[in-house]
Design a protein around this ligand. Structure first.
Ligand SMILES: [Zn+2]
Ligand SMILES: [Zn+2]
Length: 113
């Protein structure tokens, strides 16, 4: 690999270089900081089609985190729905226990026992 100078911090880049598609190399930390603000090469301004692995994995981690939040919210709503269903079924079960007595009055079956 030819000797490169990171144009962001102006110090030599050795084997830790992150090379963009256009062939320009930078320190991984330098280019990641840069790519947070713009997705073009700092030297030639060509768009960076392939984001370095670290940035990509961070994006995926962020997406996974968002998905987890959505899942938790959905799960909570599901539990609330389930509790509501239980409540409705409980009420229905109680209302079934009403029966007519000899005086033609609706009374609770539980009171007859
Ligand atoms: Zn640098
Ligand atoms: Zn470039």
């Amino acid at each position: 690999m030819m000797k490169m100078v990171c144009s962001i911090c102006l110090s030599p880049v050795r084997e830790e270089a992150t090379v963009l598609r256009c062939g320009h190399g930078f320190h991984a930390t330098c280019i990641l900081t840069w790519l947070r603000y713009r997705i073009t090469c700092p030297l030639c301004r060509r768009p960076v089609a392939v984001v370095p692995d670290l940035a990509a994995s961070r994006q995926i981690a962020l997406d996974a985190f968002g998905l987890m939040i959505v899942l938790i919210v959905c799960l909570n709503m599901y539990i609330i729905l389930l509790l509501y269903l239980c409540w409705v079924l409980e009420r229905r079960a109680v209302s079934v226990r009403y029966v007519l007595n000899d005086e033609q009055q609706w009374i609770l079956l539980e009171k007859i026992r």
